[in-house]
Design a protein around this ligand. Sequence first.
Ligand SMILES: C[S@@+](CC[C@H](N)C(=O)[O-])C[C@H]1O[C@@H](n2cnc3c(N)ncnc32)[C@H](O)[C@@H]1O
Length: 428
Amino acid sequence: MKLHEAGKLAQARAGFERILKKNPREVNALHYLGVVLHQQGQHGKGARLIQKAIEIYPKHWVAYSNLGGIYYKTGQFENAARAFSKVIELQPSDVRAYINLCNSLSYLGRDKEAINAGRTATLLAAENKHCWLSLANALRKNGDYELAIESYEKAIALDPRLFEAHGGLCHCISELEIRAPGSHKGMEKTAMAYRNWLSVDPGNPVASYQLAAIEGDGAIKRSPDEFLSVFFDQFAETFDRNLTDLEYSAPRLIAERVHVRLGEPDASLDVLDAGCGTGLLASSLKPFARNLTGVDLSSQMLEKARVRNLYDRLEHAELTEFLKGHTASFDLLICADTLIYFGELEEVLRAMEGSLKAGGLAIFTLERLQDSAGDYQLNQNGRFSHHEDYLKRCLSAVGLSLVSCRDEVLRKERGQEVSGLLIDVLKA
Ligand SMILES: C[S@@+](CC[C@H](N)C(=O)[O-])C[C@H]1O[C@@H](n2cnc3c(N)ncnc32)[C@H](O)[C@@H]1O
């Protein structure tokens, strides 16, 4: 156990295995070997060993707690909630268990129960920032923005640099501001919350960028790399679930378009998933691919994509730079919901053109700028929308032929449809 505490996993593992050879029912060796295996990436094996320890000693609440942790980390929130409830049954004063239960229930969409667990945590340990943070997140998820704001503020009072609490607080304030009756969509209170965040965490890439977006900074030509990697890293865990809630349809629309253009798949193409995120498109692209590559700026999103085991290669890189380094490499390039983080399109489209083989195909989405005032616009949510005429000018400047440009609904935002463009281009 000393070796384990010191992070010497291989040696600790060998020690626990030796003990189990002598006594296969030694509870703590089973339990901690399970934890070590989980830390070494063998989650299923680890969980099974801990379950065995629990069978031998059913009141082992620490084992239940670690078992819940494995389930939580591997996205098995139902099992996690069950394990953390068991911890609470056996050890009712365990604050961590209430926090973990609150977070698990929140993932399961059992918002009211999550809020109850979070509240109990704050009653048990009002000085613990994580209790307030979990409660705030659960309240926010349930749409209780005012109450969530109070809890985020309590968490921030305990730790003024608590990144996640600032992010959540700003989100709730902006939701209230947008929904305020008669609101002219000025976002003064939200801007103030971002400024407060920056006053304790100067230069924070998320706060700086979101503030610039709210203030309508017309000089921003593309979302900064640092913002994208931090933002999507923290979003990776909940990304797929959130997008289901938002009825995100870009992967389906692109997959349908790929089928229309290419017919039956024959695993013969070099395919790039540009801004692959968690890999929502991988299963529809794989049948077409001799080689399927994904590229993204967020390492956590890439980790989620890796778990799918469908990409031949995953690259942690900025898209334009990556494309410039891979000339005439791809038969098919798809880019779902990613060019919305680019304002100016010409450079990235030129790089796309360069990375396609002759006759290669690119399919991507954009959000439509309705207003005819400009070429593109950075919106208050930090995403760009583009005018169709601007897109067409950029395509002809870089020499890509437009095959089709259709109006599509890409997702919902606050119940409203977000109108987008599904674009299909060809390299001659
Ligand atoms: C909204 S997600 C979409 C992910 C995926 N294409 C999908 O449809 O589920 C946008 C992704 O693009 C990535 N991204 C945005 N700009 C990028 C850039 N310049 N270079 C690389 N990746 C970028 C982000 O990190 C994020 O994972």
